[in-house]
Design a protein around this ligand. Sequence first.
Ligand SMILES: Cc1cc2nc3c(=O)[nH]c(=O)nc-3n(C[C@H](O)[C@H](O)[C@H](O)COP(=O)(O)OP(=O)(O)OC[C@H]3O[C@@H](n4cnc5c(N)ncnc54)[C@H](O)[C@@H]3O)c2cc1C
Length: 427
Amino acid sequence: MAHVVVIGAGIGGMTVAYDLRAELDKKQHRVTVIGDKDIFEFTPSNPWVAVGWRDRKTTTVDIKKSLGKKGIELIASAVTKIDAEQNSLTLMNEQSVSYDYLVITTGPKLAFDEVPGLGPHNGHTQSVCTLSHAEHSFENFKALSKEPGPVVVGAVQGASCFGPAYEYAFILESELRKRKQRDRVPMTFVTSEPYIGHLGLGGVGDSKSLLESALRKRHIKWITNAKTTRVEDGVMHVDEHDDAGQVIRQHELPFKHAMMLPAFKGVDPVAAVEGLCNPRGFVLIDGKQRNPKYPNIYSAGVCVAIPPVEQTPIPTGTPKTGYMIESMVTAIVHNIAAELAGKEPQETATWSAICLADMGDTGAAFVAIPQIPPRNVTWFKEGKWVHLAKIAYEKYFLKKMKAGSTEPIYEKYTLKAMGIKRLKSEG
Ligand SMILES: Cc1cc2nc3c(=O)[nH]c(=O)nc-3n(C[C@H](O)[C@H](O)[C@H](O)COP(=O)(O)OP(=O)(O)OC[C@H]3O[C@@H](n4cnc5c(N)ncnc54)[C@H](O)[C@@H]3O)c2cc1C
């Protein structure tokens, strides 16, 4: 009998747990999820939470019930230590858990501390990275709405997740228009990307023109190659660079409301394991999603190490998005099943990007196969249908988490909404 333990009950962890339970013999093998809470939060809804279009109730799932129904044990206590040599974990509640296979899906540690004054706890900027951050940001937005003033939205140096920054800028803009307050809110988008629409992916199709045009149409100014050097109460200090990385202009941007995405790192107990991670604390994996030093440790999602698509004047990382995570999870499940059957793991993830970015009342969708250019497929389109497809994606994902279904959401719904029948070939 094998015990497979999954750390982290987010998009990757919940999906891998349901798929493992469906794939592995229930009588022979145990599957346990260790999360730091007993709810699942659907992170892609957070930009909507930050303007009051969604709330905690509509974007979370009670996972004790859902996992229990499927025969998956849940321990809601954070992992504080991983002893990879002894195949054992220590939890916040001082419990010890041993495993035969470990799947690490702990998402990001948010590196607000890398920019003085950044972040919602010890700084002056908001975040939509977690549900509680988005709730906090909504309170700050309400204050803006009472007393309108300038807004800054964007992503700092080292960030890898740019989509939600664009989403939030457009969603906020749309909500301000609805409130007839947009005329009193000058908006600036500040990003470490070398150009608008780079997205940490070297651009996707004509994402540059499309997103520049979308910002222009909405009168949102932008600063690219931007390094946010510090944030004070109501003022953001930003150095703008040229393509050679030289400072060409220093900005002092006043704001009433600012939402800046931070750089990501790996969470502490994962980063602390000798030989498991790269210097930023992201889990090193081979083509089969396995750690080279500890082959019974697999990993998926934002916590895995992926090199940047290209070097940029101001550092940027590569995003790890839902479709890619879904494919990493599928590879892990087949590979653990193969190992338990005494076979060599064979499956590799596709590492392609398919995304729906909401823009409030319209949206932009893109497909990048493979993720790193040059590509076989690049596709980028804008339209109201993307806004509707994103609502459908949220609905189906939450339904899947509640029911413990193993339906591949991207293959089944998102691609269909894009008018793509099925990705026959990733190559
Ligand atoms: C605001 C935002 C919007 C996004 N929108 C999209 C989108 O629309 N489409 C898309 O494809 N991608 C999107 N992404 C990117 C990506 O799909 C999400 O970040 C996704 O949540 C990543 O899944 P994950 O499982 O890797 O990490 P997470 O979903 O963050 O899950 C990690 C879990 O591990 C838990 N954890 C951490 N440390 C421990 C510990 N020590 N012990 C136990 N548990 C722990 C965390 O609390 C969390 O529950 C978005 C990202 C952000 C930040």
